[in-house]
Design a protein around this ligand. Structure first.
Ligand code: NAP
Length: 469
């Protein structure tokens, strides 16, 4: 009988047992009757991005956890939470224990801008901010300062940037009935932020967000939208791009409509959202009195075309201006991290792979790693919606089944008892599925008292205490 481990293990902060891991597990259980699968996660809680990444005011996106819970409770499946790859157990050890290891631990670090002043206080990655409002235990002490400034700058114009802007700008009372972390709700009530600038290095034609998410923020109650008309004038190259992409066309139309229908002046008391196009961060400006950020110097850009790919990228024009802000959120994309013993493409932030089969090297004559696979953002980079992971998982599972069929995988290793022995021998307090169910029950019960879907436990020690009954 084959034993298959789906490991969403992480070295340090993690996205854990997220959609890619669960979709992979579901497919293997479906197509391989003999497979036994252990889902391993650094966090005591499952669901990765769905719990820690999806915005609290998007409950419909979280419904997929019902499907994942059914997978987790399959008799051929086990959950091991609070187990960190590289800290509690190494990749080589795990590979000795299981016939097959699938790494699906996502992208839990951030791209960096590499501009001066990036370490000033008051500058955070959007990922950290998202983890903070979603109650990720690694960010419950983050305390972003929302009280000593009236302006926030968000760098990047993807869907994460829109999520973060929406949470800062929508009436806080509308978040009361969501599963947002208590500490975030409290901070948002006290927030003095009235104005958010979403800064993109390219134009409205190239904005990375999608129409549904853009429409949502444009329709936020009591929010005045600001888009400069001159930014909307499109060149013939823009027209060509719009002709070729329905998504870009819809986004551009929404920007145009919002610009045309806006009132010339904000109504007093309204919060403001400014879309700032064709600007890239040049450096962060320190306060004169302390090590806090007081603004961003941005450079005006224009677009040039890469001859090889045809992709249009931003180039600086040498004209600079300052945006004042006491809070800056960098939303320029997530990045996966590696673990010792794993080939990793630092530039792209992914594990080199062939349809999910991990490669030993990244050369033109790649050699496959025996029994090691990858799925999700770690495999293809940090893009796509939750369902994109379904197709990604299908491809990886296809490779696994093909390799099993060909006899390319050496079966009959210890599997689960081997992992339990290793963890117990090291005194690792792992969380089982029943442990997670105790957390789940407690969170839902507390939430129920306040008309909320759940009240998240955000503290590591408390999560482990509740999990262990
Ligand atoms: P993203 O879509 O890749 O957007 C990244 C943004 O950062 C782009 O505007 C990009 O501009 C900009 N950027 C990158 N490097 C930069 C630099 N050095 N300087 C200035 N700007 C820079 O990433 P994301 O917003 O983190 O989202 C990740 C994935 O999750 C996406 O596929 C997204 O659709 C998905 N997601 C979906 C939802 C939803 O469906 N509701 C919610 C959240 C996230 P350029 O375009 O010029 O590179």
């Amino acid at each position: 009988m084959q034993r298959v481990s789906i490991s969403q293990l992480l070295r340090k902060p993690t996205w854990g047992s997220g959609p890619a891991g669960f979709y992979t597990t579901e497919k293997i259980l479906k197509y391989h009757n003999g497979a036994k699968i252990d889902i391993v996660d650094r966090l005591p809680t499952p669901f990765g991005l769905v719990r820690s990444g999806v915005a609290p005011d998007h409950p419909e996106t979280k419904i997929v956890t019902n499907q994942f819970s059914r997978v987790a409770s399959n008799e051929r499946c086990s959950f091991f939470g609070n187990v960190s790859l590289g800290r509690d157990i190494s990749l080589s050890e795990i590979r000795e224990i299981y016939d097959i290891v699938v790494l699906a631990y996502g992208a839990e670090s951030d791209r960096i801008l590499n501009v001066p002043g990036e370490n000033l206080l008051g500058i955070h990655s959007a990922r950290e901010f998202v983890w903070w409002y979603n109650g990720h235990p690694d960010c419950n002490n983050m305390s972003p300062d929302l009280e000593n400034t009236d302006t926030a700058v968000i760098l990047g114009q993807g869907n994460v940037a829109l999520d973060v802007a929406r949470i800062l700008l929508r009436p806080t009372s509308e978040l009361e009935t969501t599963d947002i972390a208590d500490h975030a709700l409290e901070a948002l009530y006290k927030s003095s932020i009235r104005k958010v600038c979403l800064v993109g290095r390219r134009g409205p034609v190239q904005a990375a967000c999608t129409a549904k998410e853009l429409r949502e923020i444009l329709g936020t109650k009591d929010l005045s939208i600001h888009i400069k008309e001159c930014d909307l004038s499109s060149s013939s190259a823009d027209e060509e791009e719009l002709k070729n992409s329905r998504i870009q066309r819809r986004v551009y139309e929404l920007f145009s409509k919002a610009s045309a229908s806006r009132h010339p002046h904000s109504i007093s008391g309204q919060k403001e959202l400014h879309f700032v196009f064709f600007r890239r961060p040049d450096r962060f400006l320190p306060s004169l009195y302390n090590s806090k950020v007081r603004g961003v110097s941005i450079e005006k850009t224009s677009l040039a075309e890469d001859v090889g790919s045809g992709k249009r990228y931003a180039v600086g024009t040498g004209q600079f201006e300052d945006l004042d802000a006491g809070l800056v959120l960098k939303s320029i994309g997530y990045k996966s991290v590696s673990v010792p013993g794993l080939t990793f493409d630092e530039q792209r932030g992914v594990v080199p792979n062939l349809k999910g089969r991990v490669l030993k090297n990244n050369s033109s004559h790649p050699i496959l790693e025996d029994g090691l696979y990858v799925a999700g953002w770690l495999k293809r980079g940090p893009t796509g919606i939750i369902a994109t992971n379904l197709y990604c998982a299908e491809e990886t599972v296809g490779s696994i089944l093909e390799d099993l069929e060909k006899g390319a995988v050496r079966p009959n290793r210890h599997g689960r008892p081997g992992l339990v022995q290793a963890l117990e021998g090291r005194g690792i307090q792992y969380v089982t599925l029943s442990g997670w169910e105790r957390i789940d029950l407690r969170e839902k019960a507390e939430g129920n008292l306040r008309n909320r879907p759940r009240t998240k436990i955000t503290d590591w020690a408390e999560l482990l205490r509740v999990a262990n009954g």
